[in-house]
Design a protein around this ligand. Structure first.
Ligand code: NDP
Length: 275
């Protein structure tokens, strides 16, 4: 079984560099999908209140019989629950649905800058972390300006920023800001949602050269860049394929070819205006 390396976050917590995403997996299918992932060796699961599958995810975690300390569970506070009190209530609900006493990582899902509430929401996350109910706290979809504003008034620097990132949207500027501030980069839609990217001729050529699949090559690119990745699949063979990426390495020339695919393609909403 594949051994997933860990990254050390800015508060010393270890986070598996590869995890399993469950966006768009219905609650009743999440239990099987997460069980398959745990069986394949994944230990990190990325869900969110919005996904409506915290209960199904929690059922698979409980049924696995794995010790809690071997698991790394992430969930997120949704846009309608910004603000100090609302975020605390939303967290209680997520924890109850997951059936857990703590999560490993709790994220603000989107900054919603026009609402101007993310600094209050962050104070709630700081409180949750201080109470030991989240081992680490972070953000998602934060742009450089949002990060700088948050850090300027915060007691705790976010451990992670989870953002859309794949070879067609490499986020170089944002990754440089993360490096400067000590924030780990986590890539959502790491496979470009399984669309055009996986059929790209450059990706296909590199995959052929290594006797690997397009998805495995893209995941290697992320891992060698230092990103945390959370590919999603409900297909058991793909779930296993996506974690089978720790026994080969892409040379610098391949990484450069993949870097040249960056054309700013955004598959999801613009964080400056969404919400
Ligand atoms: P991914 O880039 O992980 O792609 C998932 C798609 O690719 C699915 O359609 C899947 O199909 C297909 N796929 C998976 N593996 C393979 C493979 N080996 N070969 C071919 N196709 C494959 O997209 P997501 O948008 O789901 O992103 C991953 C996770 O990131 C989410 O599940 C969620 O946890 C997180 N996320 C966070 C966001 C945020 O705002 N913070 C926003 C979006 C995602 P199938 O399932 O049918 O096998």
């Amino acid at each position: 079984m594949s051994k997933v390396p860990a990254l050390t976050l800015n508060n010393g917590v270890q986070m598996p560099q590869l995890g399993f995403g469950v966006w768009q997996v219905p609650d009743d299918e999440a239990t099987d999908a997460v069980a398959t992932a745990l069986d394949a060796g994944y230990r990190s699961i990325d869900t969110a209140a919005l996904y409506g599958n915290e209960e199904g995810t929690g059922r698979a975690l409980a049924a696995s019989g794995l010790p809690r300390e071997e698991l790394f569970v992430t969930t997120k506070v949704w846009n309608t629950d910004h603000g100090y009190d609302a975020a605390l209530r939303a967290f209680d609900l997520s924890l109850a649905k997951l059936g857990l006493e703590y999560v490993d990582l709790y994220l603000i899902h989107w900054p919603q800058p026009q609402r101007d509430a993310y600094t209050d929401t962050w104070r709630a996350l700081e409180r949750i972390a201080a109470d030991g109910r989240a081992r680490a706290i972070g953000v998602s979809n934060f742009q450089p300006a949002h990060l700088r504003r948050l850090v300027a008034g915060a007691d705790v620097v976010p451990a992670v920023n989870q953002v859309e990132l794949h070879p067609q949207l490499a986020q170089s500027e944002l990754r440089a800001v993360h490096a400067e501030l000590g924030i780990a980069t986590e890539a959502w839609s790491p496979l470009g949602q399984g669309k055009g990217l996986l059929a790209d001729p450059v990706v296909a050529k590199i995959a052929d050269r290594h006797g690997r699949t397009a998805a495995q090559v893209v995941l290697r690119w992320h891992l060698q860049l230092g990103n945390v990745v959370i590919p999603k699949s409900v297909t058991p063979s793909r779930i296993r394929e996506n974690i089978d990426v720790f026994d080969f390495e892409l040379p610098a020339a391949d990484l450069a070819e993949l870097a040249a695919l960056d054309d700013g393609t955004r598959l999801g909403p613009d964080p400056d205006t969404f919400g």
